[in-house]
Design a binder for this molecule. Structure first.
Ligand code: GLC
Length: 536
């Protein structure tokens, strides 16, 4: 944009879950050709990059996060040629492509694992984490699967050892202490970088290295029945080990072999002080450790959000680039968590904070979670841990009001149900409607391009004198933007600092499409759940 920033700094990233975006083959499951057919939409929307969740050959025990071949495309999603074409078509529109890399584990059907489990002296035995039982035959330690269902050790009768699976039984963990495993995975990265991808979202990154002595994890004293299974233990020894930093640096070196502009985004559900460690001591780690602060926030209220932003801004190492996220394929959708109106406000927040925003497909039209009855749950996590299914946030993209919402042909059977509101909540209807969340989202994406303060500007929290309001300024020299968000259900009259009001604020955008101008910048009145973006 200003030339000073890389695309992953000034751009907006859009996450596509391939099963659910667009189905060109008509089998009820999305595919790569379906995505290619919707690139015009993404160009129109103004996003700069797509992050594609896994499309590799997979038995689909975890819907593609169990990979049996890192260098191919599952026939369900198409072919490698389809991928190349998608990449080329995206590039023609100026859209970058980031793909998911799953380094922590493979599928149990990956040839590496087939070899590894074939005998104790197979050369690939040590590519995975195998261990003898305790003397009483029980698993080597107390670690529990992140997806639920108890121990993350699975007994292998043939070779009479346990193997480790941090997630599903069908997802054996690779042994990242083995240099051959590292090299093999770096070669996978080169395979895709050679094809022209712009970077990777690194799945479950912090799990790759485990404690060398496989010590027990302590229980989480705050855990109550019904809480997610992944919070039962404090993962002191099974996650975020010091040796991870070497791995991260090595991954970065591979990306850097291809020159600047190739991005690494880490999936890291860690406390802030640990999250930022993944930038690397000399910013030689991942470019963007995903910041899930807004997803994890227990209370959606201005003070909590303000504290979160300030804590994050303060913790960021010098030169590290921030990023923000409202949702993904593992989290209940933002419109369901917050409700329709507050979700609009959240989009304004996402797109005006300092740092790279990532938008989960469908959030730009305000899609809601789809209810899926427990008997019909598809998500393996939802089967192991009832109440924690991720199906609801993975429902098909709503393109139009036709049967199956334009996701797949009317006669096809979509792999997950479509939400009941799709006749109103769909791209076609919202494209034309100035009141729609889609119009708001697109306008904000466009404003980021026009106003350097929204990219390069510093973040300065302001005191609006109203506990329902969050206000901040972004400024870079003469370019200044002011964001004022009313989180409350009542009209608010925040006090803007006089110096700002005096400088003649101009309305750039409001979440309320009826608002045409500021009546009086000195005496701003915001409607319920209204947010405004002003230039000053
Ligand atoms: C990540 C993915 C999630 C998957 C898990 C195991 O958390 O986002 O969908 O189930 O890793 O690969």
């Amino acid at each position: 944009m200003t030339g000073q920033f890389s695309w992953w700094q000034d751009g907006v990233i859009y996450q596509i879950y391939p099963r659910s975006f667009a189905d060109a083959s008509g089998d009820g499951v999305g595919d790569l050709r379906g995505i290619a057919g919707r690139l015009d939409y993404l160009e129109w929307l103004g996003v700069d990059a797509v992050w594609l969740s896994p499309f590799y050959p997979s038995p689909m025990a975890d819907f593609g996060y169990d990979i049996s071949d890192y260098r191919g495309v599952d026939p369900l999603f198409g072919t490698l040629e389809d991928f190349d074409e998608l990449l080329e078509e995206a590039r023609r529109r100026g859209i970058r492509m980031v793909i998911d890399l799953v380094p922590n584990h493979t599928s149990d059907e990956h040839p590496w694992f087939a070899e590894s489990r074939s005998s104790r002296d197979n050369p690939k035995r040590d590519w995975y984490v195998w261990h003898d039982p305790k003397p009483d035959g029980s698993p080597p330690n107390n670690w529990e699967s992140v997806h639920g269902g108890g121990s993350c050790w699975k007994w292998d009768e043939k070779t009479r050892q346990y193997y480790l699976h941090t997630f599903q039984v069908e997802q054996p963990d690779l042994n990242w202490r083995n240099p051959r495993v590292r090299e093999a995975m770096y070669d996978v990265m080169r395979f895709w970088l050679d094809r022209g991808v712009d970077g990777f979202r690194l799945d479950a990154l912090s799990f790759c290295v485990k404690d060398d002595r496989l010590r027990d994890n302590p229980p989480n004293p705050g855990w109550k029945p019904g809480d997610p299974p992944w919070t039962r233990q404090i993962r002191l020894h099974s996650d975020d080990q010091p040796e991870m930093m070497d791995v991260v640096r090595e991954m970065r070196a591979v990306a850097d072999e291809y020159g600047g502009g190739r991005v690494l985004i880490g999936e890291l559900y860690l406390p802030l002080e640990r999250l930022i460690a993944y930038y690397g001591t000399d910013l030689d780690g991942v470019h963007l450790p995903f910041n899930f602060g807004l997803v994890d926030l227990a209370k959606w209220e201005p003070r909590a959000v303000g504290r979160l932003i300030s804590a994050y801004e303060t913790a960021l190492p010098e030169g590290a680039w921030p990023n923000w996220v409202l949702g993904n394929h593992d989290q209940s959708r933002v419109a369901t968590r917050l409700g329709e109106e507050r979700a609009r406000l959240a989009q304004m927040l996402l797109l005006t904070l300092r740092g790279t925003p990532t938008c989960y497909y469908g959030d730009e039209i305000g899609m809601q979670d789809v209810p899926v009855h427990q008997d019909l749950v598809q998500d393996p996590q939802g089967k192991l841990s009832p109440g924690h299914s991720r199906d609801p946030e993975r429902s098909p993209m709503q393109w139009d009001a036709s049967p199956n919402a334009g996701f797949c042909p009317p006669e096809a059977d979509p792999w997950l149900p479509i939400t009941g509101d799709y006749k109103e909540v769909n791209v076609e209807a919202q494209k034309e409607a100035s009141r729609s969340v889609l119009s708001l989202f697109r306008r904000l994406v466009g404003l980021r391009r026009e106003h350097p303060a929204l990219i390069s500007g510093s973040y300065e929290p302001l005191d609006p004198g109203d506990e329902n309001v969050l206000a901040y300024q972004r400024s870079d020299g003469d370019s200044r933007a002011l964001v004022v968000l009313n989180f409350g259900p009542r009209t608010a009259r925040p006090r803007l600092p006089k110096r700002l009001a005096a400088s003649g604020a101009k309305l750039l955008c409001s979440t309320d499409p009826e608002r045409k101008s500021l009546v009086d910048a000195d005496d701003l009145e915001l409607g319920p759940y209204e947010g405004v973006l002003l230039s000053t």
